[in-house]
Design a protein around this ligand. Sequence first.
Ligand code: ATP
Length: 256
Amino acid sequence: MSLVSIENLSISYGAKTVLSKVTLTIEPGEIVTIVGPNGSGKTSLLRSIIGAVKPSRGRVTQRADLRIGYVPQRLHIDRTLPMTVARFLRLPTRVAPEVIDDALAQAGVPDLAAAQMSQLSGGQFQRVLLARALIGKPHLLLLDEATQGLDQPGSAAFYQQIEKVRRNTGCTVLMISHELHVVMSASDRVICLNGHVCCEGTPEVVASAPEYRALFGSGTMGALALYRHDHDHSHDHDHGHDHDHDHQHEHTEAAE
Ligand SMILES: Nc1ncnc2c1ncn2[C@@H]1O[C@H](COP(=O)(O)OP(=O)(O)OP(=O)(O)O)[C@@H](O)[C@H]1O
């Protein structure tokens, strides 16, 4: 059974319709990425899934007992406030230290429990937000542009961690991203949104669809080259370490 089923969904804010006639399902175990220009309704779609926005038409149905973990685009915390990662993860509900350790390990940052939140790098911070979303053992992980502000290797490493999470926990992932070329290798399916579903399919199909190209222009072929490259080899890009630089450069040029 589908985890989420969206039928003929329209969302309006006052007189302004931001999404119309969206129909899609999210199936167990898949990684789905939503791409689309600014203001195309991506966040509204995620918010309708968590029930924070009511459809003006159509409906959103969740599988009974579906647990959702949410990784926000960004989260501002007061940098002057001393707070360890473990304490942050215990807010607002107390959880056992081993649950925190497990979530941090799943997020790829097993040693950060005692670190100060104010001293984390952007990439570490996003992984702590990922750990926070994993604490409730979600069936469905929603990520709203979770790598904003990270550089490309940082984003790529983050999405590789997402794939590991899926592999280890079996959770389903629905994420929003502007960086199709970065998420391509991690996505089973891409949905291109622009007030409605423009096109949908495997990353390769979407990247070469005329509707996608009309929205995202000429970066597409480079994105495709990078995607193929990523699929040709398996390498473990932990951020900042052991990159196969020579090899990467051949392809990144094409991606720019
Ligand atoms: N609560 C709200 N009230 C009124 N208008 C809203 C509200 N939330 C979003 N909008 C408008 O709806 C449109 C779609 O916004 P949404 O955030 O869903 O798009 P998005 O694709 O996620 O955009 P971005 O890529 O910029 O984050 C935008 O024009 C936005 O201004």
